[in-house]
Design a protein around this ligand. Structure first.
Ligand code: NAI
Ligand code: MG
Length: 359
């Protein structure tokens, strides 16, 4: 049979994004080469990011979305560099793709790896494994607001930053979370808000959660305020399975989750358009890490784990499992970058991951 060829748009963008996307591509190409011709990846790389902005005044080409829309997926590094204000680089590229392609579900597993020390003592003898499901299309990142209300004079500037919550937006991310919970050993969804203080949008969220939960009687539920949930991540993480939260709250909680698992460099994520009308985007949770960029110190595991999520999306769960097993074999063997206490370079880890595919 002809091989299934997946067309992937690679956008390494800035800083360590370049290093970890190169690593992920090498591992995926090795996997395809090993497949005996069953599947192949065809890559196109796009040079967008902050350096591109400095040259052209744009974070991506004007017809960038048009050029991306027929790919099977986008494989993304990280965007942001000290030479460009972060809100310009983020909105001009990553958020633009997420929002234009209606990638409304952001899945961020919190995964503990063998051989990686967690700052949680409990992780040594407790099975910990949960997923943060982030509403990725509205909420606090809807971009609603304004600055510079007139007539207040110098030093009197005012800014408004609003959040958008729609019943449709809440309902679809909650159903996604419940469906995901049904595939897991621990069938539970924890909903996170700050509805005691934010009485409009987040009370709507709570109401929709209660209504949707009625359709999933087999799934346990809880509603927890975000401040209490951040404590719970540290103190009772064994109670968690699927955690669904708004854009900002889930963004913060997933960084906490990846730090608890040992490093921001380990965390993977998928920005999904579940209806598959547009390509989905797979990227590590971390940013461009200017403090370590260009030195071969970046941990590629978050990017490689994101590639595994991409394989699942392609309908290749066995290949995703192979990649995840290679990650576990590599960390268990102590081949670790500096952020997780080792001395290995990005390249060392990448090579070890490729070698581990065969075991
Ligand atoms: P960051 O995630 O880039 O770095 C935070 C800390 O984690 C740093 O100490 C860094 O060295 C470390 N780290 C991150 N990735 C690592 C990896 N793969 N291996 C080893 N260590 C790693 O977050 P920060 O410093 O707040 O932001 C830097 C830039 O990245 C900013 O311009 C920001 O806007 C952007 N950013 C972009 C994101 C994206 O593209 N999705 C997400 C978060 C931040
Ligand atoms: Mg973040």
């Amino acid at each position: 049979a002809a091989p299934r060829t997946f067309r992937i748009a690679a956008i390494p963008a800035d800083g360590v994004g370049k290093e970890v996307v190169a690593a992920g591509r090498a591992v995926l190409d090795a996997l395809a080469e090993d497949s005996g011709g069953a599947f192949a990846f065809r890559w196109e790389e796009f040079p967008w990011g902050c350096a591109y902005y400095e040259r052209t005044g744009r974070m991506m080409d004007e017809d960038g979305l048009e050029r991306l829309k027929d790919f099977d997926a986008v494989y993304f590094g990280a965007v942001g560099w000290p030479t460009v204000p972060d809100h310009i680089s983020l909105w001009g590229l990553r958020l633009k793709i997420c929002q234009s392609f209606d990638q409304w579900a952001n899945v961020r597993p919190v995964h503990f790896l063998p051989g990686v020390q967690s700052p949680l003592r409990k992780a040594d003898d407790t099975e910990l494994d949960w997923v943060v499901v982030r509403e990725n299309s509205e909420g606090e990142y809807a971009g609603l607001g304004g600055r510079n209300l007139s007539g207040r004079g110098q030093g009197g500037e005012v800014a408004v930053q609003s959040a958008l919550f729609t019943e449709v937006g809440c309902e679809r991310i909650m159903r996604f979370a419940f469906d995901l919970a049904r595939t897991r050993a621990h069938k539970k969804v924890s909903s996170v808000t700050k509805s005691n203080a934010q009485q409009y949008g987040m009370v709507l969220w709570d109401d929709v959660f209660k209504r949707v939960a009625l359709d999933y009687a087999d799934v346990e539920t809880e509603s927890v305020l975000v401040d209490a949930m951040s404590a719970k991540f540290v103190l009772r993480p064994e109670d968690l399975s699927v955690v669904v939260a708004s854009n900002l709250n889930a963004d913060i909680l997933s960084d906490l989750g990846s730090a608890l698992a040992g490093s921001l460099g380990l965390a993977a994520s998928a920005n999904l358009n579940p209806e598959r009308r547009f390509p989905s985007m797979f990227e590590p949770v971390h940013g461009s890490a200017p403090d370590i960029a260009g030195q071969g110190l970046a941990n590629p595991i978050g990017a490689v784990g994101s590639a595994a999520l991409m394989l699942e999306h392609f309908g290749l769960p066995d290949q995703a499992a192979r990649l995840n097993k290679a990650i576990e074999a590599t960390t268990a063997a102590g081949i670790l970058t500096r952020d997780v206490g080792g001395t290995a370079t990005t390249e060392d880890v990448t090579k070890a991951l490729i070698d581990a595919l065969d075991t």
